[in-house]
Ligand binder design. Structure first.
Ligand code: KG4
Ligand code: ZN
Length: 348
């Protein structure tokens, strides 16, 4: 079963070819970061224009790398949400056109299910079915969620952020510190050698308005960002070396402490075989060390995606699409897909 997957939900244009269940034949990622950097964040119009420019070449190159011909493909998969509407539409249009031209099934994938499935792209990871049930923390630029996975497609949302995502908190913090975009890797670098206990930043524990979710498993990062803003107003030197390293380390630690505390609580209450962490922020070495410590304390093996599969890529979309094969009885072969910028993931 040869599957071609397309990911264009944000600022990475990516195409992957996977021979199901797990032989990855190509995974090309064109990152647009340099194009968005002058604006301090992702500009949707630039992202979608860039996808239009890069996608045709990436499709041809991925197929060439895979050693397959167009006629060898058995299905096309594409991210249909959540993400930027105009960016998603570029991938959807290309995927739909390819499926129609090749007369093969078209599969719609939730971007967050893609991140979750990235955990199993590590050749050393157990098979998805053997890891069940597991708990996973999804930490990206747009989402922060604790999800319990009972079976493929059965995702229970245990907790999530009520405002900013962990990656967003790092991106906004980096902006306030004058570090640039994207913030996560820049804060990680700036925090090297810094004292993470120097500044007491809040750990944002929601108590209400969690939409039926247990507040003890939810996150809130808006207060942290405000605390940094006020700290910098009171002490402008905190954004300059040598204090900068301490500020960045303290801020980063506050973001991660909240992730670890909620995960610890979820692990206490959930009987799971594995604990996973995925999404762009999970590439961070300090976070990985803290996750490993927590997993060891709880006696639960840790699943992490290889770094190249942590940030947005189409290999994870292909891996998630595999779970939809063969097509469910009665499913439309080439459905008309729409972009779903706010597509939800998991049921409460
Ligand atoms: O999963 P992803 O590529 O895109 C979304 O689905 O949002 O995640 C992007 C996020 C950004 O907020 C970025 O700052 C963060 O991942 N990130 C990091 C690191 N590299 C990327 N956060 C912390 N440390 C890093 N090294
Ligand atoms: Zn993502």
């Amino acid at each position: 079963m040869n599957l071609l997957a397309i990911e264009t939900s944000c600022d990475e244009t990516s195409v992957a070819v996977l021979t199901a269940p797990n032989v990855l034949r190509a995974n090309l990622v064109y990152t647009q970061i340099a194009k968005h950097r002058p604006y301090g964040g992702v500009v949707p119009e630039i992202a979608s224009r860039c996808h239009v420019e890069e996608l045709p070449g990436l499709l041809r190159q991925a197929l060439a790398e895979s050693g397959l011909a167009w006629g060898d493909l058995d299905a096309i998969a594409v991210t249909h949400g959540p993400g930027l509407a105009s960016a998603l539409l570029v991938g959807l249009a290309a995927a739909q056109a390819l499926a129609l031209r090749l007369d093969i099934p078209l599969l719609a994938v939730n971007h967050l299910e893609g991140h979750l499935c990235s955990l199993f792209l590590d050749p050393a990871a157990p098979a998805f079915a053997d890891a069940l049930p597991f708990l996973t923390l999804i930490v990206s630029g747009g989402h922060t969620q604790l999800v319990r996975v009972e079976a493929p497609g059965q995702y229970r949302l245990l907790g999530q952020t009520l405002d900013d995502a962990a990656g967003e908190a790092l991106d906004k913090g980096a902006k306030l510190l004058g570090l640039g975009y994207p913030g996560g890797p820049l804060i990680e670098r700036a925090a090297q050698g810094g004292d993470m206990r120097r500044i007491k930043f809040p750990r944002g524990q929601p108590t209400e308005h969690t939409g039926g979710l247990d507040p003890a498993l939810c996150f809130s990062y808006s207060g942290l960002k405000t605390a940094l803003l006020y700290h910098l107003k009171a002490q402008p030197a905190a954004a300059q070396p040598p204090e900068l390293a301490h500020t960045a380390a303290s801020y980063q630690e506050a973001v991660f402490d909240a992730l670890i505390a909620r995960s610890a609580r979820a692990l206490e209450r959930q009987d799971v075989k594995y604990f996973g962490c995925c999404g762009g922020v999970s590439i961070n070495k300090r976070l990985r060390a803290k996750l490993a410590e927590l997993a060891a304390q709880c006696g639960v093996p840790l699943l992490l995606a290889p770094p190249k599969f942590c940030t947005d890529n189409a290999a994870m979309i292909a891996a998630a699409a595999c779970r939809q094969l063969p097509l469910a009885a009665g499913a439309e072969k080439i459905p008309r897909l729409d972009a779903h910028p706010e597509l939800a993931f998991g049921t409460v």
